[in-house]
Design a binder for this molecule. Structure first.
Ligand code: SF4
Length: 233
């Protein structure tokens, strides 16, 4: 195994799991997914509980790169997901991935604008999926973190860059109502965001953090503001 890449945490097993193949998670590309251990949020609807609470993972950066070396010309891209990938030292890892010729998609909750700025400046990321968890006044309730300001900074950075990105919200109708989603739509509009805004319905799993069941409240889509770019998943 090559151990000569100079990563700060090269011996740390920061990657919880590797999905070796997906054609769903990186738009229009065949990709692998690296699931990073740990998260700085505790969203009640999160179904990746084991990953979020993991103190470490099962693979080092070098293990992941070894895997990618075996997939050159077979896969086009890599999705960095989690957990929250930006809690880890991503820059040198992304440089090594790019050197192997892969595209990189980052799934993020947007709470590390400093790292995002560095990744954008170095043009290390090709596509970003940014979670817009909730409007400012509900952000802490939904995520159990006080990170709206950081999230907002990240969104500003993405708006000012030329990187391709999407914004997405997980909707559990007992947690977010039509007024909340309209607040997000208005905010995105005021920032000039015109790309697709994905709203994905909560799907009940046995292992979500808040032990949530399907929502009891109805969500009335007809009460949403007119927005051409909303896509329901
Ligand atoms: S859904 Fe929330 S808790 Fe789960 S990985 Fe994403 S940001 Fe972390």
């Amino acid at each position: 195994m090559n151990t000569d890449s100079g990563f700060n945490s090269k011996n740390d097993k920061v990657i919880y799991d590797i999905t070796k193949f997906t054609h769903l998670d990186y738009p229009n590309h065949l990709a692998a997914i690296f699931w990073f251990s740990g998260c700085n949020m505790r969203c009640d609807y999160c179904y990746n509980k084991d990953i979020v609470f993991a103190k470490s993972g099962n693979y080092t950066f070098e293990d992941a790169l070894d895997f990618l070396r075996s997939r050159v010309n077979l896969l086009e891209g890599v999705v960095l997901s989690g957990g929250e990938a930006t809690l880890h030292q991503l820059q040198p890892f992304c440089q090594a991935i790019k050197a192997l010729g892969f595209l990189i998609k980052l799934d993020t909750n947007g709470t590390n604008p400093q790292m995002m700025q560095k990744l954008l400046e170095a043009k290390l990321i090709d596509y970003i999926a940014l979670d817009y968890k909730a409007p400012a006044d509900k952000f802490e309730q939904i995520t159990h973190s006080r990170k709206y300001r950081e999230f907002s900074q990240t969104l500003d950075l993405l708006m000012a860059s030329d990187v391709k990105f999407e914004v997405r919200t997980t909707l559990h109708a007992d947690l977010l109502d039509e007024h909340d989603i309209n607040s997000i739509i208005k905010d995105l509009h005021s920032r000039g965001y015109e790309q697709p805004y994905f709203i994905q319905d909560f799907r009940e799993t046995q292992n979500n953090i808040g032990d949530l069941k399907q929502a009891k409240k109805n969500f009335d889509k007809s009460l949403l503001l007119e927005a051409k770019n909303i896509i329901w998943r």
